[in-house]
Design a protein around this ligand. Structure first.
Ligand SMILES: [Mg+2]
Length: 338
């Protein structure tokens, strides 16, 4: 009978029995921690986290039932098998042991064969428990991965449309409760179709990934959120951000793209990749819906394109980064396209 090695806490106040059982356990290949009182056993239990407890019932201080209850209360969902050892041979004692959280009972004197057999059976239970725990952890992990996948865009690892819809709903509700401003910024890569046509879709994908990285960098605050809205459109949620903050953010984003200077072979507004964006900043009231916010941001985005692209516009606050930007605006000698 091959029983895997276990870390066993042996609690026995009779020195001769302690010696004898300790030897038996070690001979079976187990690692043994010894204790002669329940208080000592409790400290060893906390310190060594044994896989199995061999527990005498009658001890000089609290009895084994007390220790068993302590262990069960402390462990919560975890479970360390407890094997009671006792000279008490009444059925009631056995019942008390099981009620106190014990798993089995061995009557003294303990036969080496019976001890080996019980340990073997318990180690099988421990293994099954560990396998179940492992399977549970794997499931939790897989679930987490699935959830991540369902809410994230595969190309950029930003949020996806579904993740955005969820987050927007939460943020609108939170902003309404706190009476704090929320900024929604919708943006679009300028002349992205031409970029794709000239450089191919693989380069196009690389460009979107790159913009995703820049968006992650500019979303510095923990609750700022960026998602790919679809195609070459991105959307940002900036909680606790009034229009002035939205403008500062848009300027920073525009400067980040200017500094980055990723080459665009066929843009009518610059020689590098740029964005047009529309944003709206407000404290949601009873009539504000997630849809109405996106619509306002979309109208502002439309206006940004109409005004010549390469800018961020907030219609209700009359803001336009195109009028404020200090970056050289036209780097390509191609005509501007409205
Ligand atoms: Mg005793």
């Amino acid at each position: 009978m091959d029983t895997p090695s276990l870390r066993v806490l042996l609690v026995e106040d009779d020195p001769a029995l302690l010696l004898n059982l300790g030897q038996q356990l070690r001979r079976l290949g187990h690692e043994v921690f010894e204790a002669t009182t329940s208080q000592q056993a409790w400290r060893v239990f906390l310190d060594k986290t044994p896989q199995l407890i061999l527990l005498d019932v009658l001890l000089p201080d609290n009895d084994g039932f007390w220790l068993s209850k302590q262990v069960r209360a402390h462990e919560g969902r975890h479970w360390t098998p407890i094997l009671f050892l006792s000279a008490l041979v009444q059925e009631d004692d056995l019942l008390r042991g099981i009620q106190a959280g014990g798993d089995d009972y061995l009557f003294k004197p303990v036969s080496p064969t019976v001890l080996a057999a019980k340990l073997h059976a318990l180690s099988r239970q421990i293994r099954m428990r560990d396998e179940l725990e492992q399977a549970k952890l794997t499931l939790v992990e897989l679930n987490e991965q699935l959830r991540h996948k369902s809410l994230h865009d595969e190309l950029t690892d930003l949020g996806n449309r579904r993740g955005f819809d969820e987050r927007l709903q939460d943020y609108v509700a939170q902003a309404r409760r706190d009476q704090r401003p929320l900024t929604v910024l919708l943006c679009d890569v300028d002349f992205f179709k031409r970029y794709n046509d000239r450089l191919g879709h693989i380069e196009g994908d690389a460009c979107l990934r790159h913009i995703g990285e820049i968006l992650k960098q500019v979303c510095r605050r923990p609750l700022d959120y960026a998602a790919r809205y679809g195609g070459e459109e991105f959307v940002l949620l900036l909680p606790n951000t009034p229009a002035e903050g939205g403008l500062t953010f848009a300027m920073a984003l525009q400067h980040a793209l200017d500094r980055d200077g990723r080459y665009h072979p066929d843009s009518a507004v610059a020689s590098h990749v740029t964005l047009s964006g529309g944003f709206v900043s407000l404290i949601p009231d009873g009539s504000t819906t997630p849809g109405s916010l996106v619509q306002q941001a979309d109208e502002a985005l439309y206006e940004a394109k109409a005004r010549g692209r390469y800018r961020f516009v907030n219609l209700s606050a009359c803001m336009d980064t195109g009028d404020l930007s200090t970056a050289p605006r036209i780097l390509n000698p191609t005509p501007r396209v409205a």
